[in-house]
Design a protein around this ligand. Structure first.
Ligand SMILES: [Zn+2]
Length: 61
């Protein structure tokens, strides 16, 4: 069996390691995770609709 052509770490392009594949280290793995989380939480949604903020006039007590 020949040495498989290993793809580099997608983060830093260093040779990946088996333990952290497809990354080279836990650092790059965490970086990739953080990137995904960053994308997810970076989406700016409408904080609140004006309809929800403005009271209809009588709001009980
Ligand atoms: Zn890396």
């Amino acid at each position: 069996m020949t040495t498989a052509k290993t793809k580099p770490c997608p983060i830093c392009k260093k040779p990946r390691t088996e333990e952290f594949a497809p990354f080279c280290s836990s650092r790059c793995r965490d970086l990739d995770l953080a990137k995904w989380f960053g994308d997810g939480y970076a989406v700016p949604g409408p904080a609140a609709r004006p309809e929800d903020l403005v009271a209809p006039g009588e709001d009980g007590e």
